[in-house]
Design a protein around this ligand. Structure first.
Ligand code: COA
Ligand code: NAP
Length: 271
């Protein structure tokens, strides 16, 4: 796949939930395009490994362990990042958790945990980052999911959280537009070789069924999402704000998915 030839030299990109998967792929893409990258996630080991991988290419990168559910830790991370690399030009808010469970199999704490990480966590990230964003000029990208607008069995927690994230995106586009801050949501489709997809399609059969549902008949690649992030953050995206952009091979057009086989397989895996 072609990598677009962007230049983010001297720009500061902060990635919340950036130590693995799609978000790390976004961090890598900006880093390769010359950006200085800050990243956080819960696991200090994962953060250290991700930062080491970025700096091994000669790029400037920094990270620390922080849980998006803990505003004080986030505030400290933003302050340290701005001290090191200056105001944040691009903020990616992508920390999330997921598992398949029906509403009746989901304790109140299970539902609350995903709301706390995905929705409340995103609220903390964008709200606390605001003081450190480049004004005018900053670009904020929230990583959403199709569950935000496709009612999806076994995903009530994620549906509620990601719908809230997309509404937050639209409200902030209105509140922050006059300050020259743009904010958009990217909606990845099923992305190969990620933890998220492993949780939704835990077996070869469920993975193959998922792939066949995609109108383009392939899974997405992490680069598909990284490329859209760079388009939005570059001058090409200069007049785009408040949008919810599926990068999903057309999957959003196909309606609700049936995760019952995957849920059964994942329940079996757990026992
Ligand atoms: N089915 C039903 N409930 C589940 C569950 C499952 N598969 N997995 C966890 N839960 C419940 C737990 O039982 C607990 O509820 P309880 O206290 O009533 O028993 C609640 O969810 C919180 O679980 P816990 O393990 O304490 O949460 P955590 O904060 O340590 O981890 C998760 C958060 C559960 C989302 C965990 O899967 C995670 O860290 N995920 C990050 C990676 C990921 O999901 N990547 C994909 C992103 S799309
Ligand atoms: P992933 O590798 O598990 O990415 C999630 C990241 O968030 C990890 O770096 C994780 O690191 C971090 N994280 C989790 N909880 C956190 C918390 N409380 N505080 C701070 N960081 C936290 O999974 P992924 O599949 O690449 O998903 C990335 C994003 O894409 C998510 O927003 C997901 O909803 C979205 N998405 C994925 C797909 C897909 O097909 N994979 C499809 C649609 C949308 P730690 O464990 O160190 O905290």
């Amino acid at each position: 796949m072609t990598t677009l030839n962007f230049d983010f030299s001297g720009k500061h990109v902060f990635v919340a939930g950036g130590s693995s998967g799609i978000n790390f792929g976004i961090a890598q893409a900006f880093s390769k395009a010359g950006a200085r990258v800050s990243l956080i996630s819960r696991s200090a080991d994962k953060v250290a490994a991700a930062v080491a991988q970025l700096t091994s290419t000669g790029a400037q990168a920094w990270g620390t362990s922080a849980d998006v559910r803990q505003p004080a830790a986030l505030e400290s991370a933003f302050a340290q990042a701005a001290e090191k690399f200056g105001p944040i030009d691009v903020l990616i808010s992508g920390a999330a958790g997921n598992f398949l469970a029906s509403v009746l199999d989901m304790s109140p704490n299970a539902f609350k945990t995903v709301i706390d990480i995905d929705l409340l966590g995103s609220f903390h990230v964008v709200r606390l980052a605001h003081a450190y964003l480049q004004k005018p000029g900053a670009c904020v990208i929230q990583i959403s999911a199709g569950q935000a607008f496709i009612p999806t069995p076994y995903q009530a927690h994620v549906c509620a959280a990601k719908a809230g994230i997309d509404m937050l995106t639209q409200v902030l586009a209105l509140e922050w537009g006059a300050q020259g801050i743009r904010i958009n949501s990217i909606v990845p489709g099923p992305i190969a070789d990620t933890e998220g997809l492993k949780r939704l399609a835990p077996t070869d059969d469920t993975l193959s069924a998922m792939t066949q549902r995609v109108p383009l008949k392939r899974l997405g690649a992490i680069k598909d999402i990284a490329n859209m992030s760079m388009v939005l953050a570059s001058d090409l995206g200069a007049f785009i704000t408040g949008t919810i952009i599926p990068v999903d091979g057309g999957l959003a057009l196909t309606g609700p998915r049936d995760f019952s086989a995957a849920a059964a397989a994942s329940r079996q895996e757990k026992t």
